[in-house]
Structures are given as structure tokens and as C-alpha cells.
Ligand binder design. Structure first.
Ligand code: UDP
Length: 229
């Protein structure tokens, strides 16, 4: 099968990652993933506002996901909507198991994801960028959290759907994971697949995650050095 952009069924779009791109955030990253362009920033650990959210045994992780009005084809109305609130929530859920929140009781870690240009897969690009921003902020993590989707297009299970495929496809299944332990921290699906196709899509999305994981490590090494240096 020929995909709209000529990729193989198990091939990712081209991905570029940069760490530490915003001077005034505690941590930041920029990810280009195909035509997606995403910034993530981290503030904290800092004072909890509103105070009643504070926990005396761990930090509170809050994630905000926002699409700029010009990021999509039909101008998006500015401000939060149901979709962006939900994506913020599942993003926090995807990242929290990896963050050593217990090291920072009575504080808050704020992650802000800004989608500057969208072409499907923005939640995965956002989680991938937010992980890099957390590391850049010096927040201790159990593992990096890469994310990637697989789905079904023209009856075939394929990796990393672009917008055109997302529109014409039958299903989309994003995953985030911690490769070191194989723990899956986000798994969503919309559309329709057989049980076998779901299993195939999960396995394929995980191979995508592992490739994204290597790119995350490379982006951190190119910023901070590491490995055998
Ligand atoms: N999209 C859009 N307008 C919106 C929301 C989404 O045009 O208000 C597009 C955008 O390109 C996005 C894609 O639809 O990346 C798929 O959206 P979905 O909700 O599946 O999330 P994503 O795949 O981006 O994580």
C-alpha cells in the first residue's frame, strides 16, 4: 500500500527535537513531528496555586494543552475546550508515573504544551516534548516517556497517521510508555478495529515509541552531552 506521503506502513514521519529553547521557563523543548510544531515548557517545582490542591506527600503535576488559533485549517476558537482539557488530563496521567513527585511535597510542577501547527498526533508530540522539558527543568524522572500512535487506514494497520490519513482512516490508537519497564502510561483509541488489529496497532505504536525514545535520548545528549563523554 502506498501512503499519502510515501511512507512505509511502519515508518514514522520525520521528527526533530530541541531541548532548552525558552530562556525564562525552568525547562523547555520544541518538537517538529511531520507537520506538527509543538513547544513544551515547565515551571516548577513551585508554590501550589490554588492552595487547596497541595499534597503533603508529593508534588502536583498539572498539564495544560493548548492549540493556537492558527494551528489548524479552520481557525480554532482561542481558549480551552473539552478536547484540550481532556488532552491536558491524559498527558498528566501519561507523565506522572515517571516523575519522582514524592521528592517535592507541597509543590506544583506545571507543564504547558502549545501546539503551533497541527497535523494529527499532537498529543503524542506534546507528551514527547513535555518529557524533554521536564528533564531540562532538572526534574528527576524514572524514565523518558515517548509517545506514538498507530491506526488503521485503507484497511491496514499503519504507524503514525498524518492528518489526511486520520481523516480517511478507520481508527487511531495513541500510546505513551516507559520503555525501561515496558509500562504503558497512555492508551487511547477511537474508530473501529478487530481485536487482532488492536493488538497489531499496540505493538506497532510501541515500536514507534522506542524509536522516539532513542531520538529523545539523542536530543538530550546533544544538549547536555552524556553517554561516554
Ligand atoms: N484538529 C483540528 N481542529 C481541532 C482539533 C483537532 O483541525 O479543533 C486536527 C488537528 O490536526 C489534530 C487532528 O485533528 O492534530 C487530530 O486530532 P485528535 O483529537 O485526534 O488529536 P491528536 O491526533 O492531534 O492527538
Amino acid at each position: 500500500m502506498e501512503r499519502c506521503d510515501g511512507r512505509k506502513k511502519d515508518e514514522l514521519r520525520s521528527i526533530h527535537m530541541e531541548v532548552g529553547v525558552l530562556k525564562r521557563a525552568d525547562g523547555s523543548a520544541y518538537v517538529e513531528w511531520g507537520a506538527n510544531k509543538v513547544f513544551a515548557s515547565v515551571y516548577g517545582p513551585r508554590e501550589v496555586i490554588p492552595r487547596f490542591l497541595a499534597r503533603n506527600d508529593r508534588a502536583v503535576l498539572r498539564c495544560k494543552y493548548n492549540m493556537t488559533p492558527f494551528s489548524v485549517e479552520d481557525r480554532k476558537r482561542p481558549g480551552p475546550d473539552r478536547r484540550s482539557i481532556e488532552i491536558g488530563k491524559v498527558t498528566a496521567g501519561a507523565l506522572a508515573p515517571s516523575v519522582l513527585l514524592e521528592k517535592f511535597p507541597n509543590s506544583m510542577i506545571e507543564v504547558a504544551i502549545e501546539i503551533m501547527q497541527a497535523d494529527a498526533g499532537t498529543r503524542c508530540a506534546g507528551i514527547t516534548a513535555a518529557t524533554l522539558a521536564l528533564v531540562d527543568a532538572g526534574i528527576p524522572m524514572r524514565d523518558l516517556v515517548p509517545a506514538c500512535a498507530a491506526g488503521k487506514v485503507d484497511g491496514e494497520v499503519v504507524l503514525d497517521l498524518c492528518k489526511e490519513e486520520d481523516n480517511s482512516g478507520q481508527a487511531d490508537l495513541p500510546i505513551a510508555m516507559m520503555p525501561r519497564t515496558n509500562a504503558v502510561t497512555l492508551l487511547q483509541m477511537d474508530g473501529e478495529m478487530t481485536e487482532e488489529e488492536v493488538e497489531e496497532a499496540i505493538a506497532l505504536a510501541q515500536t514507534g515509541c522506542r524509536q522516539v525514545y532513542e531520538m529523545q535520548k539523542a536530543a538530550l545528549v546533544s544538549k547536555y552531552g552524556g553517554g561516554d563523554e
